[in-house]
Design a protein around this ligand. Structure first.
Ligand code: GDP
Length: 301
């Protein structure tokens, strides 16, 4: 598929280039590999972890040809991802015993939060679920409007108030409406203003508390949306958000048009949070359930 193909070319080609003319995995090769991983946005800490694991295997197996490096790297990346991925069956599903299932979506402006919510609503609806959206990013008029455009496009109800109104109040209304309408799933958009961390934390905490007046164990999922094309920025945002609230899943967008799919590997390793969805385009169907095996396969062919 279009998105991952480009990622694959990049990491794989860079690695191939790095081992050209070499027959075995030595320090030189490991240094080059380290550079490849870092320039692929895997992040320094995760890169070092991977290199360490490869070093251990090279030391143990004595002779490791560069031809085997692909296989080893692939296994190590899969193992890293496996630490944080609950096995999702490859479908857009959620626990049906939680009704409504409440997803609170966080992330800074521009990462693709609205688009991801729209695509997700579409997938859930297509699988026969009753969906309601809540526009609790009340800070920007554009955020409410954009979400409304998606709600109309997908044809699901949206609960909104005026710009500047209390996000917690919007969240409350949305859950109340979901109960009345017997909805299966609620997706709540929130504002992500990182420049004021204390405010962000207070706001998200308040939204959660107020939600719990309607659905005591809400939110069931706090999804952080990150732009996979922004490399180091995505790591920084991820760190900030995980300090502000308890992020339980990741959606990584814009993995089409970028050579930086490494973010997927690094960020779940660093945060210990599973990647659940990936965005691979601007269209309504350009959202996939993250599949570890497919992803690793796409990196190494
Ligand atoms: P928000 O401010 O975080 O809500 O961001 P939006 O959802 O408005 O998206 C910002 C821009 O990114 C829009 O132009 C989207 O079409 C685009 N976008 C979102 N997801 C993807 C994706 O997976 N791939 C690409 N290429 N563009 C995306």
């Amino acid at each position: 598929d279009k998105g991952l193909a480009k990622t694959k070319e990049s990491v794989f080609q860079k690695m191939t280039r790095a081992v050209v003319g070499k027959t075995r995995v030595d320090d030189d090769v490991l240094d080059s590999l380290e550079e490849v991983l870092i320039t692929s946005d895997v992040g320094v800490d995760t890169t070092l972890r991977i290199i360490e694991r490869i070093e251990e295997r090279v030391a143990k197996d004595k002779y490791v040809g560069t031809g085997e490096l692909n296989v080893i790297l692939r296994e190590e990346i899969a193992a890293l991802l496996a630490e944080n991925e609950e096995d999702i069956e490859g479908d857009f599903e959620f626990p049906v015993d939680k009704k409504p299932y409440v997803i609170m979506v966080v992330g800074v402006n521009g990462v693709g939060k609205t688009t991801t919510i729209g695509k997700l609503a579409h997938k859930f609806k297509a699988s026969g679920k009753k969906v309601i959206l809540g526009a609790a990013d009340t800070f920007r008029a554009a955020a409410i409007e954009q979400l409304e455009i998606w709600a109309n496009r997908v044809d699901v109800p949206l609960v909104k108030q005026k710009m500047g109104s209390d996000p917690a109040s919007v969240a409350y209304d949305t859950l109340a409406s979901a109960k009345t309408k017997d909805a299966d799933v609620v997706i709540i958009d929130t504002a992500g203003r990182l420049h004021n961390k204390v405010n962000l934390m207070n706001e998200l905490t308040k939204v959660k508390k107020v939600m719990q007046k309607v659905v005591p164990d809400a939110p069931h999922e706090i999804m952080l949306v990150l732009d996979g094309s922004t490399g180091q920025n995505a790591f920084e945002q991820a760190k900030q958000f995980t300090k502000a609230t308890e992020v339980t899943s990741l959606a990584i967008t814009k993995l089409d048009g970028t050579a930086k799919g490494g973010v997927v590997i690094g960020v779940s390793d660093q945060l210990k949070v599973p990647v659940k969805y990936i965005g691979i385009g601007e269209g309504i169907d350009d959202l996939q359930v993250f599949n570890r095996k497919e992803f690793v396969d796409s990196l190494f062919g």
